[in-house]
Design a binder for this molecule. Structure first.
Ligand SMILES: [Zn+2]
Length: 80
């Protein structure tokens, strides 16, 4: 990725998604801010202004590798 950044003259924006309103359900089903560290490479002018660290003004849960998996029950359908 660093090589791609050099080739494209792109800039990095590094931010915690809780600062942009990302919420996920906690163990009790309540929506809480989710601190998910994110790094974006872009050629958009001024993208670095998106960089923002968590202000720690709210309660966070950490998102590591995605949200808790949800179990889906698939129902078989037959079309005869
Ligand atoms: Zn936060």
């Amino acid at each position: 990725m660093e090589q791609l950044a050099k080739q494209t003259s792109g800039d990095w924006a590094i931010f915690d998604q809780c600062e942009y309103g990302l919420k996920i359900p906690d163990d009790n089903g309540m929506l809480v801010f989710a601190r998910k560290r994110t790094k974006i490479l872009s050629t958009i002018l001024g993208i670095t202004r998106m960089s923002r660290n968590c202000s720690r003004c709210h309660h966070n849960v950490h998102v590591l590798g995605g949200c808790r998996p949800t179990v889906f029950h698939y129902q078989a359908h037959t079309h005869l």
